[in-house]
Design a protein around this ligand. Structure first.
Ligand code: ADP
Ligand code: MG
Length: 247
């Protein structure tokens, strides 16, 4: 169980998070909010990349910062920016990530095979990542996040910049990870998570302004039909040029 207690973050004078408290148990959680809402900041604090100005992250009741390597070993993270190595082949990138994660050498090959198969990249694995499509690059980011079968998987906008077909592939990959894990996925595209998330967390200007199941949120917002309408009420209207509704 992951617990965030009163997480506040300032970058200089600018407040990015304002007393965020959350409890996450196994299942898929969608973190939904417009650009600048604080999604990446919150994720970076969860994974220990950033220190909150105040507040605590607890893993099963223990302070995550004090757990050190024990906490890191149960984490998988895909950053928003594709920090990929274009000259690396898929296999080499995953080998590198597996080594960084401290996966024992004799388990690496099998693990790499498993995650490549999982995101349907086995056939491309020997090609340089620079020759891949945006969707394939995002899928290998998801693949490295699940190397070593971590209990907590944090995916920061895994569908950013993808066309609708590629988005669906990523969504289905995420749907099939779940089970006995906590999966937190951020997005500003409602349709990415509406059908797969157990619960939705709405983040606006650094504050949680809603946290419930999709149907719970719909009820609370005047019995609206879908999450998109909830978002219209909470965030107002904003449309991306490709016609996909975003918040
Ligand atoms: N390194 C940083 N320095 C200063 N301000 C930052 C930094 N990173 C993010 N911010 C600001 O914090 C707020 C939240 O950003 P971010 O967490 O990236 O939001 P999101 O991921 O939801 O788009 C924004 O106003 C952003 O400009
Ligand atoms: Mg972000």
């Amino acid at each position: 169980m992951l617990e965030l207690q009163n997480i506040t973050k300032y970058y200089g004078a600018r407040q990015a998070l304002d007393h965020v408290s959350l409890t996450l148990e196994n299942g898929i959680y969608g973190l939904l909010g417009p650009n600048g809402a604080g999604k990446s900041t919150l994720m970076n604090i969860i994974i220990g990349n950033l220190k909150p100005t105040s507040g605590t992250v607890l893993w099963n009741g223990e302070n995550a910062r004090e757990m050190g390597a024990a906490y890191r070993s149960l984490l998988g993270y895909a950053p928003q920016q594709q920090g990929l190595y274009d000259t690396f082949t898929g296999i080499r990138f995953l080998s590198y990530m597996a080594a960084l994660k401290g996966i024992p050498k004799k388990e690496q090959r099998g693990e790499i095979r498993r995650v490549l198969d999982y995101v349907n990249l086995t056939e491309k694995a020997c090609r340089p990542i620079g020759t891949w499509s945006g969707g394939m690059k995002q899928r290998i980011l998801v693949a490295q996040a699940i190397l070593g079968d971590p209990h907590l998987v944090v995916l920061d906008e895994p569908t950013a910049g993808l066309d609708p077909k590629e988005r669906v592939r990523i969504r289905e990959n995420i749907r099939s990870i779940s089970g006995d894990k906590i999966i937190l996925v951020s997005t500003h595209v409602v349709s990415d998570i509406e059908s797969i998330a157990k619960e939705i967390i709405l983040l606006r200007e650094g504050k949680i302004v809603g946290h419930d199941t999709v149907s719970g949120l719909c009820k609370k917002h005047g019995d609206v039909k879908n999450l998109e309408q909830v978002c219209l009420q909470v965030f107002g209207e904003e449309e991306e040029n490709d016609g996909t509704h975003t918040v």
